[in-house]
Design a protein around this ligand. Structure first.
Ligand SMILES: Nc1ncnc2c1ncn2[C@@H]1O[C@H](COP(=O)(O)OP(=O)(O)OP(=O)(O)O)[C@@H](O)[C@H]1O
Ligand SMILES: [Mg+2]
Length: 227
C-alpha cells in the first residue's frame, strides 16, 4: 500500500447553538491514498460538507487532526495552511463557484496567478487542463455562456490548476442531468486512476457509488466504511 496523502484522526465538529450542541462530526478518522476514488455518502445533514471543509483546511475541527504530507493543518502556521490549500488540495463546490466576469480560461488561471506562476507556464497549464476536461473550444466563454456541466468542468480544471494531489468534490453532480453527471464521474474517476490524485467525492447518487474504489458512509456525524 502507498503512503497516504491525507490522514485525518478523531475529527469532531460541534456547533453550539441556542437549541443546544449540534454534533456535525463525531470522532471521524480516515486516510486517502494516491490514485484512489473514494465516495462519501449519507443523508442530508449527515456532515458530508463539514467533513470535506475540515479535510480541505477551510474549517477548523473542534477536536482531531488532519495531516496533509508533512503539514498538520490544526497546528501549522497560517501561511503553511494557505500553501496546502493553494497547492495540495483542489476543491470542487456544488455551486460551481466560478467568477462570472472571467472567461473559462481566466477562472482556471486564477490559482496559478495567486501562486505567482510565470505567464508562459500559466498559459500552457491552463490549455492542458481545459483540454483534459474537454473544453478547449470554450476557453474564452464566461460561465454564463456555458452549460451547467461545462461550468462544473471548469470548476474541476480550476481545482487541478495548482497540481493538487488531493481533490475534494462536494456533490459535483447534484445540479446536472444524469447523462452529464455520468460523464463528470468518468472524468473525476480518471483524474484518480490516470493522474494518481486522491479523490474524495460526496454524493446522493447511488449510481456514483458503483464507480468508487471505496465507499464511506456518514450518519449523524458518524463515519464508517460501507459494507
Ligand atoms: N454553522 C452551523 N451552525 C449550526 N449547525 C450547523 C452549522 N453548519 C452545519 N450545521 C449542522 O451540521 C450538520 C451537518 O451539516 P453538513 O452541511 O455537513 O451536512 P451535509 O451532509 O453536507 O448535508 P447535505 O447533503 O444537505 O449537503 C447539520 O445538522 C447542520 O445543520
Ligand atoms: Mg452538504
Amino acid at each position: 500500500m502507498t503512503e497516504p496523502v491525507l490522514t485525518a484522526s478523531g475529527l469532531s465538529v460541534v456547533h453550539r447553538t441556542r437549541a443546544g450542541d449540534v454534533h456535525a462530526l463525531s470522532d471521524a478518522s480516515l486516510e486517502l491514498h494516491p490514485g484512489e476514488f473514494v465516495v462519501l455518502v449519507g443523508p442530508s445533514g449527515a456532515g458530508k460538507t463539514t467533513l470535506l471543509h475540515v479535510l480541505g483546511g477551510i474549517q477548523e475541527p473542534t477536536t482531531g487532526t488532519v495531516q496533509v504530507g508533512e503539514v498538520e493543518l490544526t497546528t501549522a502556521p497560517e501561511r503553511e495552511i494557505d500553501r496546502v490549500r493553494r497547492e495540495d488540495v483542489g476543491y470542487v463546490f456544488q455551486s460551481f463557484g466560478l467568477i462570472a466576469a472571467l472567461s473559462a480560461e481566466e477562472n482556471v488561471e486564477l490559482p496559478l496567478r495567486i501562486r505567482g506562476a510565470d505567464p508562459a507556464e500559466r498559459s500552457a497549464r491552463v490549455a492542458h487542463l481545459l483540454e483534459r476536461v474537454g473544453l478547449a473550444a470554450h476557453a474564452r466563454q464566461r460561465p454564463g455562456e456555458l452549460s451547467g456541466g461545462q461550468q462544473q468542468r471548469v470548476g474541476i480544471a480550476r481545482a487541478l490548476a495548482g497540481s493538487a494531489r488531493i481533490l475534494l468534490a462536494d456533490e459535483p453532480t447534484g445540479q446536472l442531468d444524469s447523462h452529464t453527471a455520468e460523464a463528470m464521474i468518468e472524468l473525476i474517476a480518471s483524474i484518480a486512476h490516470d493522474d494518481g490524485v486522491a479523490v474524495l467525492l460526496s454524493t446522493h447518487d447511488p449510481s456514483v457509488r458503483a464507480r468508487a474504489d471505496r465507499v464511506l458512509e456518514l450518519h449523524d456525524g458518524v463515519l464508517r466504511a460501507a459494507s
